[in-house]
Design a protein around this ligand. Structure first.
Ligand code: PLP
Length: 393
């Protein structure tokens, strides 16, 4: 291995959202944080070098997007995901959640129903509710240790008037890589009922061996035409603090609306460090990503075996994508507050508590696997020891 993902880097006192808030959020600064989805690894060396070059310029003025940045994005999707996108389909946005919020505002009206598939990344709820829309929940069904879609219930929501769907592809927190047939069936319903799709594909690059990500918009021209895809290099290459993302849509009307909104909010200007970082990541970070994926896959395997041996009452979902492990802990008989007490007071670890992902997430925990093995091992040991008394009840 060229890159060492087991090197422990002390991130305390770096203004880290994950490492420097334990006292404030969980009441104890010694808590091991394996919650919010950023990684405890340095980005690829080429990214750091590109940012350093930009730093050296010394004048941090207003910036424009570059052709080479857009080329890098285009090449990445052709190489990694067999998806041909045009440069004209891309618009930058400061963040994916920003794009989701703007899309809800642009492509639905106050009071409208907007569909999500629960349990799901919690800001999906926020961007719907905070824009005065109604959350139309299409609960995912657990089937043989993985989530599948409930198409009948989905059709009812669409027939009932819901015209916008927030799709999470691949799915967070369940780690599902939606397969071609599943997406096609979903797409058929969307076309039949005139539903616009916002496909959040931020996790598309962290795909476990044996699986393949299918961009929803790549399925057909018809589906591409009803879809706005939200994407970023930030999750893949650990750059979320750079606050940069982009949307891709082949539909000029959707794109025009989106661009106008960016302009109205004056968030259309290119972030100073972002383009160089993203370009370097896509052009020179591929080997790093492949090694990282092996490390994450190894961590997932390690965690699943450790839990099976030491706390067999809980059941993790084997992730097909993402660096997140979704664990059903209902057998411990604890409600949300009980799970928090177990994590923060007794085990001194912070995973994400599942009910924030929706009612279907109750009794679950989400563990961030993007850390050195020793940190994961320590967190699991602490958790299993503290959970043991609940497991025997
Ligand atoms: C599904 C999903 N969408 C969006 C984001 C965050 O994107 P951004 O930081 O660009 O708003 C995350 C981060 O974990 C995520 O899991």
């Amino acid at each position: 291995m060229k890159y060492d993902f087991n090197r422990v880097i002390d991130r305390r006192n770096t203004r880290s959202y994950k490492w420097d808030q334990s006292e404030k959020l969980f009441g104890d600064q010694d808590i091991l944080p394996l919650w919010v989805a950023d990684m405890d690894f340095e980005s690829p060396p080429a990214v750091k070098e590109a940012i350093l070059r930009r730093v050296q310029e010394g004048i941090y003025g207003y910036s424009i997007a570059s052709e080479s940045y857009q080329e890098a994005i285009k090449d990445w999707y052709r190489r990694r995901h067999d998806w041909d996108i045009q440069k004209e389909w891309i618009s930058d946005s400061p963040g994916i959640v920003t794009s989701l919020g703007l899309s809800v505002e642009l492509f639905s009206k106050p009071g409208d129903q907007v569909i999500l598939q629960s349990p799901v990344y919690y800001p999906f709820y926020d961007v719907i509710r905070m824009n005065d829309r109604k959350v139309a929940i299409n609960p995912l069904i657990e089937d043989e240790g993985r989530y599948v879609m409930d198409y009948a219930q989905l059709e009812e929501l669409m027939a009932g008037g819901a015209k916008l769907l927030l799709l999470c592809n691949p799915h967070n927190p369940g780690g599902r890589v939606w397969e071609r047939e599943e997406l096609l069936r979903l797409g058929e319903l969307c076309l039949r009922y005139g539903v616009t799709v916002i496909s959040d594909e931020i996790h598309c690059d962290m795909i476990m061996p044996g699986h393949k990500h299918i961009p929803f918009a790549s399925l057909s021209e018809e589906l591409s035409n009803i879809t706005l895809t939200t994407l970023a290099a930030t999750k893949t290459f650990n750059l979320p603090g750079l606050q940069t993302s982009y949307i891709v849509t082949s539909n000029p009307a959707l794109k025009r609306k989106f661009d106008l909104k960016l302009k109205a909010l004056s968030v259309h200007m290119a972030a100073y460090f972002a383009a160089e970082a993203v370009e370097a990541a896509y052009n020179e970070g591929e080997e790093w990503l492949d090694e990282l994926t092996r490390h994450i896959s190894g961590n997932a395997g390690y965690a699943i075996s450790y839990l099976a041996e030491n706390l067999p009452q809980v059941t993790p979902m084997k992730p097909q994508a993402t660096y997140l492990l979704w664990v059903n802990c209902r057998a411990l008989g604890l409600d949300s507050d009980g799970l928090k007490k177990l994590m923060y007071r007794e085990a001194k670890v912070a995973f994400n508590e599942g009910s924030v992902f929706g009612t279907e997430g109750q009794g679950h925990l989400r563990i961030n696997l993007a850390c050195p093995r020793s940190i994961l091992a320590e967190a699991l040991e602490r958790f299993c020891k503290a959970a043991a008394p609940y497991a025997v009840k």
